[in-house]
Design a binder for this molecule. Structure first.
Ligand code: HEC
Length: 460
């Protein structure tokens, strides 16, 4: 006897609806591995879950998926996997969001409940291939540390900044930056910025071996204040495609700038080496607008002082607020929230001059391990006078498994593992800027920085 479901599936395919099955897996009530689950794993999991990548096991075969089936269901339903920490209900929308839709979650759950039917191998999608070449073709400039870094087998995750002299003798406009992890087993994700003050080189010189150790940011100056690079250059996580800036928008890399590559290393229990590289693509079209950076911070006493932050020991839900006001009409291109181990949640809201509000990003479960850059799918218009409000919470209780202080102690602003931060980095362009391909102002500032940075290169 033909079961009603099989009959309706046969009818659907007879009517040509089977063509939809690839994109709308929820169309089938009895999902099978090959037809429904495998495409889902290809799309959402295999960038990380395959041999030689940062995730601890592969999800390439039926046996591998079956063995992990109930774990997969749990992490998917809790939205722990794929790792993506911005809310999908509010804020964004962001480019390249690693998110499963409700239908996909249901497909996986139904498959697990039905005891993981394998289905017909003829339904299987073509296995994915991963190209080791640069996605956008050969970069105009490839930067890589002179020597590989050796990561010990055990210990906590590590964040290290590599200082890569650009060697540029004139400033260049940039349309895209791509990243190539040297060792995908340990490179968890990367962030990138540039320095024109020579300070990052000093921090590198002060530590033996390639690069310098940091905690979240780009290091700490001798004065104890955090070091902020002159500008950002984007970031990478497995599966992320480079963001190509369009419409006369670019980033500017001043002459002699040092590119700073911050790598988050996730140890795999073996001694490993890595030398990851950055590929820079120069702008082909005239550039009118520079991607600038600014920070939404909690209140501070003066421009160069630390924000006032003091999280009481034991407080499970300490609230922090901050505010930033747009002085000109701008477009917001991307956001990078930043907190340390006590961070719990973070919300950035635009309050427009007419009183209307828009959630920019909402992170409900902050995870220090995933410091993503969130690129808006299309830049958000922010008129002058708009306030960007920051609202965040910290969990400084003993019950927080990531609390680095046992027992908890009062935690203040700082760069160490046991300190905290609360920042909303904004990446934006000014609507009234028309650079006509000229270096961005203030030209005098850039000139001064370039002179400072034009010291002899290491080894010359
Ligand atoms: C961007 C990389 C990435 C993607 C995409 C990804 N994972 Fe993971 N996954 C990891 C890493 C790294 C770990 C190790 C634990 C951690 O760092 O959170 C992990 C751990 C897991 C675990 C073990 C969880 C635990 O608590 O130990 C499961 C199960 C899992 N992933 C399933 C999935 C599934 C299913 C998908 C796709 C729907 C997926 N992952 C997509 C990187 C990824």
């Amino acid at each position: 006897m033909i079961r009603p479901l099989a009959r309706s599936a046969a009818l659907a395919s007879f009517l040509g609806l089977g063509l939809l099955a690839g994109t709308q897996t929820w169309a089938f009530a009895d999902p099978t591995y090959h037809r429904d689950v495998e495409p889902l794993l290809q799309k959402h999991c295999q960038d990380c879950h395959r041999p030689g990548q940062v995730a601890p096991f592969a999800l390439l075969t039926y046996e591998q998926a079956r063995k992990r089936a109930s774990d997969m269901q749990t992490v998917i339903e809790d939205r722990k996997m794929p790792p993506w920490h911005a809310s999908t209900k509010e804020g964004g929308p962001f480019r390249g969001a690693r998110v499963l839709n409700e239908g996909e979650i249901k497909t996986l759950a139904d498959w697990v409940s039905a005891d993981c039917p394998k289905g017909d191998p003829n339904d299987a999608p073509t296995p994915r291939k991963w190209d080791s070449d640069w996605t956008l073709g050969k970069p105009d400039l490839i930067l890589k540390p002179a020597a590989a870094y050796t990561l010990a087998a055990s210990g906590a995750d590590e964040l290290r900044v590599f200082v890569l002299p650009s060697g540029l003798t004139e400033g260049r406009w940039i349309r895209a930056v791509d990243f190539k992890p040297g060792n995908t087993r340990i490179v968890h994700h990367m962030l990138c910025a540039f320095d024109v003050s020579g300070r990052a080189r000093e921090m590198d010189d002060d530590e033996p071996g390639p690069g310098y150790l940091t905690f979240g940011g780009y290091g700490r100056l001798k004065s104890g204040l955090p070091f902020f690079p002159a500008g950002g250059l984007g970031g990478w996580a497995p599966g992320k495609f480079p963001n190509v800036l369009k419409g006369g928008v670019g980033r500017y890399l001043p002459a002699h700038a040092d590119v700073l590559l911050q790598v988050h290393y996730h140890r795999d229990g073996k001694v490993e080496t890595d030398a990851s590289s950055i590929g820079i693509y120069f702008a082909k079209e005239p550039i009118d607008k520079l991607v600038r950076g600014s920070l939404v911070l909690p209140p501070r006493a003066g421009l160069f002082s630390r924000p006032k932050l003091s999280i009481p020991a034991g407080d499970p839900n300490y609230e922090v607020r901050g505010e930033w006001t747009a002085r000109a009409d701008i477009h917001l291109h991307a956001l990078t929230p930043h907190m340390h181990w006590l961070g719990k949640d973070l919300l950035l809201t635009a309050v427009f001059p007419d009183g209307k509000k828009r959630t920019l990003i909402k992170v409900d479960h902050w995870d220090f391990n995933w410091q993503d850059i969130y690129d808006f799918q299309s830049p958000v218009a922010i008129p002058a006078g708009t306030k960007v409000e920051l609202l965040a919470h910290f969990d400084n209780s003993a019950a927080n498994p990531t609390n680095p202080n046992k027992p908890p102690k009062v935690v203040k602003w700082g760069e160490q593992t046991t300190d905290e931060m609360c920042i909303g980095f904004l990446h934006f362009t000014r609507d009234d800027e028309h650079l006509h391909n000229q270096p961005p102002p203030p030209a005098a500032w850039i000139e001064m920085m370039e002179k400072r940075a034009a010291r002899p290169q290491p080894g010359s």
